[in-house]
Design a protein around this ligand. Structure first.
Ligand code: NAD
Length: 480
């Protein structure tokens, strides 16, 4: 029986391994992590992450050929194939701070593999890493190898949170990069054989190691660039009276462009886009390519601009001050169908409004109060100017409350901001919400989920990203 061990039981390691276990009953899969609370959650009824369809997959194979454990060394030493799916955040200190990937977790996983292994291993990079990481990992592994042979593969993960299970069952492609040597090809084939249990062969792409590592960064950069492109257009739409949904539709009909990923919004978030682009920027700079670095940096600058623009719209529309006003925040996760708040635009929007002394009442169907308070209290790392901004003061913390539903959040509020596109926000009883709000009642739709005309008929003043402006909003000078 082939044994797989995955180091890192997070948003990638957990779902990816559960889908492998379900599709390959003859393979034993152990997912290990140093976090005791995460592993107990994976072994309990309330999984540590929310992802549609995940519960069913885990329940079908947990205890049969899928195991979650904190006994990292035991499972690593017994495995034939080791996936490394640890976090690779942006470095916050030292050389490359604010841009480069922090490979501390990766390095410690690699050292541990080298220490405990007693047989040959295939080590798979599942985490997103800088190009050439495999070379460094190889050095760590072979430095003290005691005759053990390692083959390093790059197998970046392309799942999107919120649709992870669907993406894993039916991937657009599986990418496997390896050394172009007989042993390298053999290792690639071994991993290919696993995916071939359910992925059609023509969707399994094999490349050299560096192409696989770079393709993941490139894919995220292209995706984020599309969002920043449409968001940049949304500002121009507001200035000219064009409607960004109509423009996106017309542009997306071109088969060379395609219709997906063209929705204007308050900005992209999530743990990957910003971090991976910063990493790409850093790699370009290190390779003496400042023009290429600046090109990609602009994708993040437009994203920051879009979040600032949104806050400015809110403040300027509300008589240039939100001080002491209650503002309901609907949605805090970085996208719908996930509870993940890493780099969510909601953090920046909330901090912007708190900076103007607003009182916030926040509701998200999947994010806990603890998480929201933690996120808002956290230092924000300003990547362009590597300084730590001040954390929230105790008085600011008092300006934030968390509500149990959208009606409680909006009661007596002056405005509501929709920051995540949760389906339930489309079908709220907006007449009831309007009746319970202060007047004039404002809606700032950062995801274009509500029908602005219907809401205007109820009496709301509505701002939708990239849409022709409400006369009220238009006549207030925007501080963009
Ligand atoms: P995560 O933070 O949810 O999970 C990482 C886990 O690794 C944590 O539970 C942590 O405790 C564990 N860990 C760290 N060091 C360890 C060690 N030495 N031994 C054992 N466990 C250790 O991160 P994630 O979102 O799953 O992302 C993992 C990687 O996958 C990152 O490189 C990320 O860029 C990449 N990725 C993420 C996504 C996504 O949508 N989240 C998609 C594709 C790729």
């Amino acid at each position: 029986m082939v044994k797989i061990c995955c180091i890192g039981a997070g948003y990638v390691g957990g779902p990816t391994m559960a889908v492998i276990a379900l599709n390959c009953p003859s393979i034993e899969v152990a997912v290990v992590d140093i976090s005791v609370s995460r592993i107990s959650a994976w072994n309990g009824d309330q999984l540590p992450i929310y992802e549609p369809g995940l519960d069913e997959v885990v329940k079908q194979c947990r205890g049969k050929n899928l195991f979650f454990s904190t006994n990292v060394e035991k499972h690593v030493s017994e495995a034939d194939i080791i996936f490394v799916s640890v976090n690779t955040p942006t470095k916050t200190r030292g050389l490359g701070a604010g841009k480069a990937a922090d490979l501390t977790y990766w390095e410690s996983a690699a050292r541990m593999i080298a220490d405990v292994s007693k047989s040959n291993k295939i080590v798979v990079e599942k985490s997103t890493v800088p190009v050439k990481t495999a070379e460094a990992i190889e050095r760590i592994l072979t430095h003290n190898s005691k005759g053990i042979k390692y083959q390093i593969l790059s197998n970046p993960e392309f799942l999107a949170e919120g649709t992870a299970i669907q993406d894993l069952f039916n991937p657009d492609r599986v990418l496997i990069g390896g050394r172009e040597t007989p042993e390298g090809f053999k290792a690639i084939q071994a991993l290919k054989d696993i995916y071939a249990h359910w992925v059609p062969e023509d969707r399994i792409i094999t490349t050299n190691l560096w192409s696989a590592e770079l393709s993941k960064l490139a894919a995220n950069a292209f995706l984020a660039q599309r969002i920043s492109s449409v968001n940049a257009m949304s500002a121009l739409c507001e200035a000219t009276g064009a409607d960004v949904s109509q423009v996106s539709h017309a542009v997306g009909k071109d088969s060379r462009i395609g219709p997906k990923f063209l929705n204007a919004s308050v900005g992209f978030g999530g743990s990957c886009f910003q971090k991976d682009i910063l990493n790409l920027v850093y790699i370009c700079e290190c390779n003496g390519l400042p023009e290429v670095a600046n090109y990609w940096k602009q994708v993040i600058k437009v994203n920051d601009y879009q979040k600032n623009r949104f806050v400015n719209r809110v403040v300027s529309s509300m008589f240039n001050t939100v001080s002491g006003k209650k503002i309901a925040i609907l949605g805090f996760a970085f996208k719908k169908d996930t509870g993940d708040t890493r780099e969510t635009p909601a953090i920046d929007v909330c901090k912007g409004l708190l900076g103007d002394k607003a009182r916030l009442s926040i509701y998200d169907p999947q994010v806990t109060e603890d998480q929201i308070q933690r996120d808002l209290a956290m230092n924000k790392f300003d990547w362009d100017h590597p300084i730590h901004l001040q954390p929230m003061s105790p008085t600011t913390v008092k300006q934030v409350s968390v509500a149990w539903d959208a009606y409680a959040a909006t009661k007596d509020a002056h405005a509501l901001c929709i920051l995540t596109e949760w389906d339930e926000f489309k079908t709220l009883d907006y007449e009831r919400i309007f009746d319970n709000m202060q007047k004039p009642a404002f809606v700032f739709d950062g995801r274009n989920v509500v029908n602005a005309e219907t809401l205007r008929e109820i009496g709301f003043i509505v701002y939708s990203i990239g849409k022709p402006l409400d006369p009220w909003v238009k006549n207030m000078p925007a501080v963009a």
